[in-house]
Design a protein around this ligand. Structure first.
Ligand SMILES: C[S@@+](CC[C@H](N)C(=O)[O-])C[C@H]1O[C@@H](n2cnc3c(N)ncnc32)[C@H](O)[C@@H]1O
Length: 210
């Protein structure tokens, strides 16, 4: 089914299909992400999730932050139309071209509001090319979950300079032998930095030392 038709149906039946937060990352990775946000609570800067899809992970993490009194802005980034065509081509991944495409900022806003993420900011754009002014000046934690090698590599390149000392970036889908090419982009960037890759639960980790 085409994206617009699928999106229209999703919008109509959203109270039913999104009565629980639609969280796409694995439970152990969600645990690691939420623990990272807690562990970096005293590091200056904001929290961002790049590749938020419908906002399920953003909503539960923002709710946790409110419960724990972590008063930081949480921003959720996405194209809201799935993968960028030339980034799919780079990874020779035509079969995923339409994954996550039946989405919109409006639908994600609804999901966020329904599940405790009312204060999460939504920013639409390609992480490789959105304006610098759309990124916070300082970050304490980032979940980078855009699956393909190019947006992971370019995302890291743009985000690391904004990460405060003690801050942490987690890159999803870096398991060995995994289908997505996030690991390729992560390893390429770590090689350039001259740091060994570090993995936990299939996520690549990049910590800026104090
Ligand atoms: C696996 S989903 C994210 C799941 C979400 N983090 C969660 O935990 O529920 C990947 C998302 O990355 C987005 N995406 C892919 N390429 C992107 C890019 N270049 N810039 C921004 N978002 C992108 C897709 O639209 C999709 O919604």
């Amino acid at each position: 089914m085409f994206g617009p038709a699928k999106l229209a149906i999703k919008n109509v039946i959203r109270p039913l299909i999104y009565r629980y937060p639609p969280i796409m990352i694995r439970p152990e990775r969600l645990l690691l992400w939420k623990q990272t946000v807690i562990d970096t609570a005293d590091v200056p800067g904001e929290v961002i999730e790049v590749g938020c899809y419908l906002g399920g992970t953003s909503a539960v993490t923002a709710k946790m932050m409110a419960n724990l009194g972590i008063k930081k802005k949480y921003s959720a980034y996405d194209t809201f139309s799935g993968f960028v065509e030339n980034q799919v081509k780079t990874d020779n991944a035509a079969s995923v071209q339409h994954h996550f495409s039946a989405n919109s900022p409006k639908l994600t806003r609804w999901v966020l509001n329904r599940h405790g993420g009312e204060n999460v900011a939504i920013i639409q754009g390609d992480i490789a090319s959105l304006p610098d002014t759309d990124l916070p000046d300082a970050l304490s934690a980032c979940l980078l979950d855009v699956d393909l090698s190019e947006p992971i590599y370019l995302g890291l390149k743009r985000i690391l300079p904004r990460l405060s000392a003690g801050g942490i970036i987690l890159v999803d889908d870096c398991e060995d032998g995994g289908w997505y090419k996030a690991r390729v982009g992560y390893e390429q960037y770590m090689l350039e930095l001259g740091q060994p890759p570090l993995y936990k639960y299939g996520m690549g980790i990049l910590k800026k030392s104090n």
